[in-house]
Design a binder for this molecule. Structure first.
Ligand SMILES: *Cc1c(COP(=O)(O)O)cnc(C)c1O
Length: 495
């Protein structure tokens, strides 16, 4: 069976998986969705005998059906190797009745690595398959985390270059250090004199600049983006839910077919959507528990049927979830509307023009798989402390939002099925917040110095990613004005 992809806003725009990976966003502004979601064709017993890479192949071959076995296995092998600090890739830790699925063992110790380590290979393979000769140039503006994860993913991948712009004075010291020490001859990191919005606008302008596009093509290059709506990021995220389920079987915690619940700390809705697709593929997930921080636009959506971005924006201790437009939700809207592209377009037009839309009662009935709730910063910090006091296990603020919301769900419903909580960042990435929560903060130390203290109180080793940036030499010193961004791009590409 061959799965194709259509735009959520125009079903007649049909492409192959590899074309969707190359395109990212559909030309009409919609998101590519699979024409159907295939069922897993191996039993859970069989899958539970496989390692991460083998499970990845069994899941991804179904969704990326125009990649050959050889191509896909090459991509998987290149992605899930010693870049991860554990051979398990995504280990489960049991603490206080819940299974924490640790998605932070990659290069930047956060879950974006799970997808960004394979996306470059899916892209270069797609380019070959579709006879595209031009070298791929990834262009990104970042407020910190995604840029670094993309850099780490694309570094030294043949046939690609990556250029990242960040606000020179608008990221944390650790984030800046992570970026300017990035290795790889194909990487280029530029600090701009401006804020994140200006960096982002500058990048968007270059994407829309036809003269620049032509100039690039004349020199053998083609712009592309690595943003989170690319199906090449979504599909690899289904893998770890299947993997987690099969590890529970392997460890004798559940029997094949038993239902589990899954809790996901949510921002752009990509991670939880991947789990939803996993459920459609036959993974026995009962409730998908969607956890938000104070920016609880999704909680309000699940409880009222109205998505409304017109509200105050909160800067919280879980910054990767500080989002008011969850782009990937559009894929769910399309599906619960009965794969109706016209209706989806109408909702998205309302969102653009009024900042809000309300789904129909029939569509709401199709949301019964989901439960939404939120945790504020106080509750988040209390959850870090509670878990640490009870078990010694330390979680990061994003994971703590999920953990706190799960506790609310448990109290409200009494539903105590085994639960997997997506653990999206290492506590070593947020040492200040974490050490303050457990009452061990030392104000005289820098965030980086606090990693030694965290190591002591949690009896865990400092991840190699942190050790590296402590000593790594600075490789990227370029800064520029917003207006000079295209010039810097051309300079780096050599014309
Ligand atoms: C990106 C991110 C999230 C949110 O994931 P989405 O797929 O955008 O919902 C949660 N936690 C961390 C640490 C992240 O980096």
């Amino acid at each position: 069976m061959s799965v194709e992809y259509v735009s959520t806003r125009d079903k007649s725009d049909r492409v192959t998986a590899s074309q969707a990976v190359l395109q990212g966003l559909a030309p009409d502004g919609g998101l590519y969705v699979p024409t159907e979601i295939p069922k897993l064709d191996k039993s859970f017993e069989e899958l539970s005998e496989m390692d991460y890479k083998q499970v990845a192949y069994e899941v991804m071959k179904l969704m990326l059906s125009d990649y050959t076995e050889e191509e896909l296995k090459h991509c998987i092998d290149a992605a899930y190797d010693s870049k991860f600090d554990t051979a398990e890739i995504a280990p489960l830790t049991f603490a206080d009745g819940a299974y924490y699925l640790e998605l932070f063992h990659g290069k930047t110790i956060a879950f974006k690595d799970m997808a960004l380590s394979i996306l470059p290979h899916l892209m270069t393979t797609a380019a070959k398959k579709n006879d595209i000769k031009n070298e791929i140039v990834i262009l990104t503006a970042t407020s910190g985390d995604t840029g670094k994860a993309a850099l780490a993913g694309f570094a030294d991948v043949p046939g690609t270059k990556i250029i990242v712009f960040f606000p020179k004075d608008g990221v944390s010291d650790i984030q800046k250090k992570q970026m300017v020490t990035q290795k790889g001859d194909n990487t280029f990191v530029v600090g701009i004199n401006g804020n994140f919005d200006e960096a982002q606008t500058g990048v968007k302008k270059m994407f829309g600049d036809e003269a620049l596009e032509k100039e690039l093509a004349d020199h053998g290059f083609k712009f592309s983006s690595a943003n989170s709506i690319n199906i090449g990021r979504l599909v690899p995220q289904i893998v770890y839910y299947v993997y987690a389920y099969t590890r529970l079987i392997k460890e004798g915690r559940i029997s094949s077919g038993d239902k589990i619940n899954v809790t996901v700390p949510t921002g752009n809705f990509g991670n939880i959507l991947a789990c939803y697709y996993g459920k459609q593929m036959g993974l026995p997930v009962d409730k998908l528990i969607c956890a938000s921080n104070e920016n609880k636009v999704l909680y309000d959506f699940f409880s009222t049927g109205t998505y409304d971005r017109n509200r105050e924006f909160h800067v919280t201790s879980s910054p990767s979830m500080d989002i008011l437009i969850s782009s990937n939700l559009e894929r769910l809207i399309y599906r619960i509307a009965g794969c109706d592209d016209i209706r989806d377009s109408e909702f998205m037009k309302e969102l653009r023009e009024d900042g809000r839309y309300t789904i129909t009662p029939e569509m709401r009935e199709n949301l019964s798989d989901f439960y939404g709730n939120f945790a504020d910063q106080k509750e988040t910090s209390a959850e870090i402390k509670r878990l640490y006091d009870d078990t010694g296990y330390v979680i990061d603020p994003h994971t703590a939002v999920a953990s706190a919301v799960y506790q609310k769900y448990l109290k409200e419903t009494g539903d105590d099925k085994p639960v997997v909580i997506a653990s999206t960042a290492s506590p070593y990435k947020f040492t200040r917040t974490v050490m303050t929560a457990i009452g061990q903060d030392d104000r005289n130390k820098t965030d980086l110095e606090l990693t030694d203290d965290l190591s002591k109180v949690s009896s865990t080793k400092i991840p190699p990613a942190i050790e590296e940036i402590k000593t790594a030499p600075i490789r990227h010193k370029t800064t520029c004005e917003v207006s000079e961004m295209p010039t810097e791009v051309k300079k780096f590409l050599g014309f």
